[in-house]
Design a protein around this ligand. Structure first.
Ligand SMILES: [Zn+2]
Length: 121
């Protein structure tokens, strides 16, 4: 009977003289350097990878995990309740509350006879 598997029993084994591609884990010091470069520079992932000596893919994984993309897209606005009118707003101050406050000021000035309202000179 012919032997179909080699002497290794079919286990994967690198060719003799093959370059070992897999590098070690990213050490904490290297990780810190990568994060610093991602946060403070606009270097491309490939340039950071070459600089610190890890693969471009690793930089991408770290950037995604830390939400530090190359294009740095603006975060989606988050709506929240206005403490004044309880309407859903995206930024303070609330425009509705500001408008209401403005109208109230006009009405007070009208009542006091200051006459800054063009409708009621
Ligand atoms: Zn409001």
């Amino acid at each position: 009977m012919r032997q179909t598997k080699g002497p290794s029993g079919g286990r994967m084994r690198p060719r003799p003289g093959a370059v070992k591609r897999r590098q070690g884990k990213v050490t904490p010091a290297v990780m810190e350097e990568i994060l610093n470069l991602l946060r403070t520079t606009t270097l491309r992932h490939i340039d950071i990878a070459k600089q610190v000596g890890v693969s471009r893919g690793s930089i991408g994984i770290i950037a995604r995990r830390e939400r530090l993309y190359e294009s740095r897209p603006a975060a989606a606005p988050i709506a929240f309740r206005c403490p004044g009118c309880h309407g859903m707003i995206y930024e303070k101050p609330c425009r509705l509350c500001e408008a209401k406050a403005w109208i109230a000021r006009q009405e007070i000035q009208d009542l006091l006879g200051y006459g800054t309202n063009p409708k009621n000179p």
